[in-house]
Design a protein around this ligand. Structure first.
Ligand SMILES: [Zn+2]
Length: 464
């Protein structure tokens, strides 16, 4: 009896005769499939370096092939494969892209409670390196494409699925793909990628759902001072380490100018809707005015995240001087991790930095790829569909537009004119979120169930 009912429902879901397109997917069974796919995907070692992403791409390709969706794998180097698949629509609207990356960061199994490449289910969570970053997202995207294909409803736009190699080290996969295979994403209107951050309180109640419309870019600099070497017992003013220290002191004390970008303004304005304190609510509600008020600035920038989305930032990180305590070095250097906001130019930042350093003998050298950050619109169809999906899954929950202080493959796609949004398919407590790039990375099984429905609703609204 039960088997027969399931069979009938299955037929109704796929048959063009029996009410095609009227029945939403069975998210419970889709989540069960997605869970098994994620376990299998986590068992494929795609640690970067060396990456070995082709093995992961072949797994995704095999699942898609089983659903009658043809996927191609493009290698930019041996073993470094990017996966590409397309579900065709009517062409009434421009295509959209679902993006993830196949590679994962290393995992020290000695520190993990559950082996990092086991995909094991322990304590109602799926464990493995990449469970959140980004194999879990990739599987939910895969399940969404599969569900749309099975349902057979006409799509107003092509749905493209891409899984890139090498996000964790240098984004070579996305850079190569967007340069060499541009025709495959040409005309795409928008893209959904990692990086939204859905923050769940420790009590398990959802607090906020994040959507990243922009991200900062790294602009790493090396400062070098050459001086006069000597014996540490006889100090002299030509000591390179001491001259560098003075310059670094000025940089450390530098409060870089405040710049209000649309994603940061949208973030603060969204926070205002939940802020109980009337003074703080007024500041958050009108960030442009708040940035002219020293008291408001002090309060806003006391939060590290808010500080980082309101200005270009500088962190002094690597220091080199003498290798012996009693030797004055001939040269001293320091690396600065500079992060620039969307729209900020490297050359303008350099002018400001030189003024702050007040030492023209310091040699400044860029040690990262030159980039200018771009933000995507904080309003539009993706933001609307995201808000609607959140409201359907968790009525009344807070939607937070965000800016990432880090950097993802979205950069390469924004650069070729595609609006990109960071949206995560699961919710995480601080404890679970902290396992990304750390030990015991996992995603609760319940969040895979949440994710397949949430993400399907979001994408379906965009491709209908
Ligand atoms: Zn990562």
């Amino acid at each position: 009896m039960r088997t027969l009912l399931v069979l009938l429902l299955t037929i109704a879901g796929v048959s063009p005769v029996l009410g095609q397109g009227t029945r939403p997917p069975n998210f419970d069974s889709l989540a069960a499939e997605a869970t098994a796919w994620l376990q299998a995907y986590l068992r494929i070692r795609t640690v970067n370096p060396p990456g070995n992403e082709t093995a992961g791409a072949e797994f995704l390709q095999a699942v898609l092939a089983g659903e009658g969706i043809e996927a191609e794998i493009f290698e930019y180097a041996p073993g470094r494969g990017n996966l590409y698949a397309r579900l065709p629509g009517t062409g009434a609207r421009r295509p959209m892209v679902l993006l993830s990356h196949i590679d994962v960061v290393p995992a020290d199994s000695a520190l993990w409670r559950v082996p990092p490449f086991s995909g094991a289910i322990v304590d109602d969570a799926i464990w493995g390196r990449g469970a959140q970053d980004t194999k879990g997202l990739a599987i939910v995207q895969l399940a969404t494409m599969v569900a749309l294909k099975r349902r057979g409803i006409p799509l107003s736009r092509d749905l493209i699925l891409i899984a890139n190699a090498d996000e964790e080290i240098s984004s070579e996969g996305s850079r190569w793909f967007t340069a060499q295979k541009t025709e495959l994403v040409r005309g795409a209107e928008f893209l959904l990628n990692e990086g939204g951050d859905n923050v769940m309180g420790a009590d398990g109640r959802s607090v906020s759902y994040g959507l990243a419309a922009g991200e900062k870019v790294p602009y790493w600099l090396r400062l070098t001072v050459r001086g006069e070497p000597g014996h540490g017992s006889r100090p002299h003013p030509g000591n390179a380490a001491q001259r560098l220290s003075r310059v670094l002191g000025r940089i450390a004390d530098w409060e870089t100018p405040l710049v209000l970008t649309p994603p940061a303004a949208a973030y603060l304005e969204a926070l205002a809707t939940r802020e109980p304190d009337p003074v703080h609510r007024a500041w958050l509600g009108d960030p442009a005015a708040a940035l002219r008020d020293p008291a408001a600035v002090a309060w806003l920038t006391a939060d590290r995240y808010q500080n980082a989305i309101l200005r270009n930032t500088v962190s002094i990180t690597v220091l080199h001087g003498s290798s012996s305590t009693n030797v004055i070095p001939a040269e001293a250097s320091a690396d600065l991790d500079v992060r620039l906001l969307p729209g900020q130019r490297q050359e303008d930042f350099l002018v400001q930095l030189r003024e702050v350093m007040r030492d023209t003998t310091v040699v400044i050298e860029a040690i990262s790829t030159p980039r200018t950050a771009i933000a995507s619109p904080v309003r539009g169809p993706v933001v609307q569909a995201f808000s609607d999906a959140v409201e359907a899954m968790d009525p009344g929950a807070l939607v937070l537009p965000r800016m990432l202080t880090g950097y993802t493959d979205s950069y390469d796609y924004r650069r070729i004119g595609i609006d990109a949004y960071g949206i995560d398919s699961w919710r995480a407590t601080e404890e679970v979120h902290a396992t990304v790039h750390g030990t015991n990375e996992r995603v609760p099984v319940a969040e895979v169930r949440f994710g397949v429905e949430f993400y399907y609703r979001l994408v379906e609204q965009l491709v209908r």
